[in-house]
Design a protein around this ligand. Structure first.
Ligand SMILES: [Zn+2]
Ligand SMILES: [Zn+2]
Length: 729
């Protein structure tokens, strides 16, 4: 008999051949119908597979997974990948299967095949998939030894699978397969009990890819799909994609003249056009005012720092691959750096190459005396590093923190100076891979709304409370009401963390306490903290239901240590401060990019680059229009006048298309009575109002940072899903 422990703690006995599905059946047939997979000690397994007893005889902790569990969607999607592959093989000859993992919101399968798949093929493949699903055939698992596995794949003409077994899986004595009707695939699973569980699916797109990502390897075709337990969920997902496309910040950013990225300036570098710069400036002014009110002090630091600064902070050479390469003042700098790197990476170079290096370096002015005397790798490296330290090297700054730590350190600090809160809209540069770049959301030059708080361990709680409150205030001011916080704590079993046990305990307890008191929706993630301290990340949901990670608050015990930061305590002894890194927006680029999509380009009155457009009926009222523009401008509004000879209807239409919040329509009657026929972009005609009343009304809308309609329709929260996963070996 097997002892099974259910999630509520009860232990029940079942026959040795029990499966999660048979156990579910013993509880009730409705549950059995709902079971998609199971989980034992954190591992997701087939609902129809055997349960293996534990060696120590303790009961098997079993969790039955139904449609409601995030892990179930992943199993469903990978099973859909098998079915899609089966359909493709039925329709086209000579298909070699590569890999078919899940991704967020879906799955793909890579095929090597002569027929070039296009969108026109999708309907046919979907039809074949529907026919397979209608038969509800089971997924059956079996295992083979290496030799039999290879011959089975050879029999099925699956050359890529043979290659994978022989190379990637060389250490596996046994290999698992899944059969579904005539379709057999090398796979470690798990899978749904039968194909009938797939209620909604769709093929999304096709793209090129390469076998195991190797660009010189065979060219594959990657077919993407999505699958859901419910047709409504699929429809919601498709609507969301459609809406996201309509809101794409890369399209709107260009159309509305907000930002540009040009090949001449370089990929991943935003050029803020005047209208985009307006929005950014307004957000920066807003945040700057708030921070000044809350006891922050503005600082500025240069865009460069010496390489040694980042060696002290640990950002160099550790993160070197994601940074722009150093700038060398000496002509031989880059050559010496490259040689030192090769030496330290233990590449073996012959004496001839060393001679060539020395000759080239000497031509560039390198003094090789100490290098030539050095014997052995370490001594040579020391000679090169000494030389480098004597010749300036700079990094385009990847982080602002080291500069702020230096500002703290630039004068003696006492406990009376703490907390010291330094803020800067600091621009940093990261060398993101070309393929990772995405409009304003993933860039190479970004400006963080950065601040560093230096405080005592006792002050952490209050400072954390203040930063959480500031972040909430800021998010809600731009209409982002729907967010949660993820609190990342350390793994209590690990010893990779810096900082004292006492400080960690105190900090984690106070972060948790502050979040509990705040009434915020928060989750904790154990083991997710950085090695240098716990952190809280704000996950924001936009108006179409997508999640964005924005602001972050991070405690740091490491940098104060590395920079030997100190303050004199009340006891006259020196103490180490705690450092808090925080950025409510994250970066201005990403935040504005996100806002463009959230508002679909129609910014609320307080952020709109152009707030009012004056539309005179005819030339006769141009004088009044010009006068109005002056009045509005003096009252602090961003206003333009459309003096074209066009009909007023055309002027209104253009203002609507430009997403201007208000239009001031004026004719002779309005000019005479100093009034305005006001038109609202969303609500339409508001009637004729006296000028003073309009100014008071619009001023109130700006001052209260009123947010109006951002989406026509509410998007449902999609069912929770786990992140992408591989079911391959
Ligand atoms: Zn599989
Ligand atoms: Zn920082």
């Amino acid at each position: 008999m097997l002892d099974i422990q259910l999630p509520d703690g009860t232990v029940v006995s079942h026959p040795d051949d029990a499966t999660p599905l048979s156990i579910a059946n013993s509880i009730g047939s409705r549950l059995a119908k709902a079971v998609v997979a199971a989980q034992v000690a954190g591992k997701v397994i087939d609902a129809t597979g055997p349960l293996k007893p534990f060696d120590n005889g303790s009961p098997i902790p079993l969790r039955l997974l139904t449609e409601k569990d995030p892990e179930a969607l992943d199993v469903l999607r990978h099973s859909s990948a098998h079915i899609m592959a089966r359909a493709v093989m039925r329709l086209y000859p000579e298909v070699s299967l590569a890999f078919g993992p899940t991704i967020s919101n879906g799955f793909y399968y890579d095929f090597l095949m002569p027929h070039k798949l296009t969108e026109e093929d999708f309907a046919k493949i979907e039809q074949e998939m529907a026919a397979i699903i209608a038969k509800s055939e089971p997924f059956e698992q079996f295992s083979l030894n290496r030799q039999d596995a290879v011959s089975l794949c050879k029999d099925m003409n699956q050359g890529l699978k043979v290659e994978h077994i022989e190379t990637g899986l060389a250490s596996h004595p046994e290999l698992g397969f899944y059969r579904q009707g005539e379709f057999v695939d090398l796979c470690r699973g798990p899978h749904i009990p039968d194909a009938g569980r797939i209620k909604a699916f769709k093929i999304m797109s096709v793209a090129g890819s390469h076998w195991k990502g190797n660009m010189s390897g065979p060219q594959l075709q990657r077919l993407y799909g999505t699958a859901w337990f419910d047709k409504k969920d699929l429809q919601n997902h498709l609507d969301q994609l459609e809406e996201a496309k309509r809101r794409d910040h890369r399209v709107l950013g260009k159309k509305l003249g907000l930002y540009q990225i040009t090949p001449d300036v370089g990929q991943g570098m935003c050029l803020w056009m005047p209208k985009g710069a307006r929005i950014r400036g307004l957000l920066e002014d807003f945040l700057r005012r708030e921070m000044l009110k809350r006891g922050y002090e503005p600082v500025y630091s240069p865009h460069l720092g010496r390489v040694e600064l980042y060696e002290t902070s640990g950002h160099f050479p550790y993160y070197r691959d994601s940074q722009f390469p150093p700038l060398f003042v000496h002509d031989a700098g880059a050559l010496v750096d490259a040689w030192a790197r090769r030496l330290s990476e233990d590449e073996t170079f012959g004496a001839q190459q060393e001679t060539m290096f020395l000759q080239a370096a000497e031509v560039l002015g390198f003094d090789s005396a100490s290098y030539s005397k050095a014997e052995g790798k370490q001594a040579k490296l020391d000679a090169l590093n000494d030389w480098q330290r004597n010749h300036e090297r700079f990094l385009v700054k990847p982080m602002n923190c080291p500069h702020h730590a230096q500002i703290f350190k630039a004068q003696p600090r006492s406990y009376r100076d703490l907390p010291l809160r330094l803020f800067e809209f600091g621009t940093v540069y990261r060398y993101e891979q070309t393929g990772e770049l995405n409009g304003m959301l993933r860039v190479r030059g970004l400006t963080q709304d950065d601040a560093h708080i230096f405080c005592t361990a006792e002050q952490v709680e209050q400072e954390f409370r203040n930063t959480i409150e500031l972040t909430r205030f800021v998010l809600e001011s731009v209409g982002l009401q729907d967010y949660r916080v993820q609190l990342s704590l350390r793994d209590p079993k690990s010893d990779k963390y810096v900082g004292s046990e006492e400080n960690w305990q105190k900090a984690e307890a106070s972060l948790r306490k502050v979040l509990e008191e705040s009434g915020l929706n928060f989750t904790t993630a154990e083991g997710e903290a950085a090695f240098y301290g716990p952190k809280a990340d704000f996950m924001v949901r936009d108006c179409i239901g997508r999640h964005w990670q924005l602001g972050t608050v991070q405690l740091d015990y490491n940098l104060p240590e590395r920079f030997e930061l100190e303050y004199a305590g009340g006891d006259n002894k020196s103490h180490r401060p705690v450092m808090i890194h925080r950025a409510p927006f994250g970066s201005m680029e990403r935040f504005v990019g996100m806002l463009i999509e959230h508002f679909a380009g129609a910014f609320p009155m307080w952020l709109a680059p152009e707030q009012i457009r004056i539309c005179p009926l005819s030339e006769k009222t141009n004088d009044y229009a010009v006068e109005l523009e002056k009045v509005f401008t003096e009252a602090g509004f961003r206003v333009t006048t459309d003096l074209r000879g066009a009909k007023v209807q055309a002027k209104i239409r253009d203002a609507q298309l430009d997403l201007i919040p208000y239009m001031a329509v004026i004719g002779p009657k309005e000019a005479e009575t100093r009034s305005i026929a006001l038109r609202d972009r969303i609500a339409g005609e508001l009637g004729t109002k006296p000028l003073d009343e309009v100014i008071a009304m619009l001023t109130e809308e700006v001052n209260s940072r009123r947010i109006r309609q951002v989406a026509d329709k509410k998007f449902a929260e999609p069912p929770p899903a786990t992140e992408a996963s591989s079911h391959e070996y």
